[in-house]
Design a protein. Sequence first.
Length: 365
Amino acid sequence: MARIRFAGVGKQYPNGFVALDRLDLDIRDREFLVLLGPSGCGKSTTLNMIAGLEDVTEGNLYFDDAVMNAVPPHRRDVAMVFQSYALYPHKSVYENIAFGLRMRKHAPSEIDRRVRDAARKLEIEPLLERRPNQLSGGQRQRVALGRAMVRQPAAFLMDEPLSNLDAALRISMRAELKQLHQTMQTTFVYVTHDQAEALTLADRIVVMREGVVQQTGLPDEIYEQPRNMFVASFLGNPPINFLEGKVRPDGDGVCFERGALSLVLPPHIARKVGSDAGRDVVLGIRPEDVDEHSVPRDGEVLHGRIASVLPVGSDQFLGVEVDGKQLFFRVGKELHHREGENVALSVNVNRLHLFDKASGKTLVW
C-alpha cells in the first residue's frame, strides 16, 4: 500500500451525528499530509478510519485499489502514534519499542537490529534500558515514534503527537519529524489543530470544519489564497483582520468603503468585483501586511487609534481601533508606540483578501 483514497466516505453515529460528510480525498504515495481544524471537525475520525478504529458508514476507503471498509486494524499496514504516547510503564524503552515485533513473532536478531536502528535514528540509544517514568516528554515521544518505525509500515498515522510538549520542544520535534519523513520515504498522515505545525510539516494541508473539507492545497496556497473566511481566519497569528463594508466604483477602478475608510483595490481584485458595485463584502488584512514607514497613496492608508501595544520578542502587535473595530497588526520592535496615540499604516493592497459577506467565500481566487 502506498496510496490512501477516500471516495464519498461518511461517518454517522447511531444518534444521528454526522462526523464526516462524504469525504473525497486522495493521499499520495510518500507525502506528508496534515489534517488541520478545530476540535470536532472530523480530522481524528478521518485518521481513525484509516487505522480501522472507526467504521465507514458511507462510501469506500481504498488502500491502493483494495477496499478496506471491512478490513480489521491488525491487517492494515499502518502504524499509529497517539497524543498520549501509550507506553508500557513497567517495560524498558527497548521492550516498548520491540513489543509489536515480538507479538508478530519476528526473529530475536531481527528485532534487535530494528530496535537499535530506530534508536540510533532517533538518538535515544543511551535510553534503551530506562523506564518511561525516567524520560522527559520529548524522549517519550521519540520512543513512541520508534515503536512505530520498527514495524516499517506503509503509512504512519499521527494524532496530535506533540500537543503534550512545551513550546520549545515542539519546535525541535517538528524538525525531527520532517527529517524522519524525508529519511523513511513513507506516507505520513498527521492530525493537528496547530496551524504552525501544519505549515511547517505538510506537503499538503486539508482544512476541515464540521466534517467537511474546506480547502486542500500546499501550505503557501492555503495561507495566501484561502477559499473562504474560515480558512483565512484559521491560519495566521494573530488571525487575519476582517472589516465589513461595500465595494464602490472609483474612477476606472474599484474601492472598498467602510465609514470614513476607503481603500483602492488592486486590478486583480477589481476585475472580479467591478460589476458588483454596492455589494456587501468582508475585507481581509493580514497583520503583517502593513507598513508604517511607507508613504501611501490616497486610498491605501489606515488611520486609527492605538488601543494596545503587545511586545512579542522581535516584533510587537498593535491593537488599532479603525472605524469602531479593533484590528491587530504586526510591526517592528524598533517602532515605539503608546496606547492612545493616533497612527497611520499603509496597507499592501496587493495582498488584500475579499470575501462575499453572505457566503463567506473568496471573491479573489
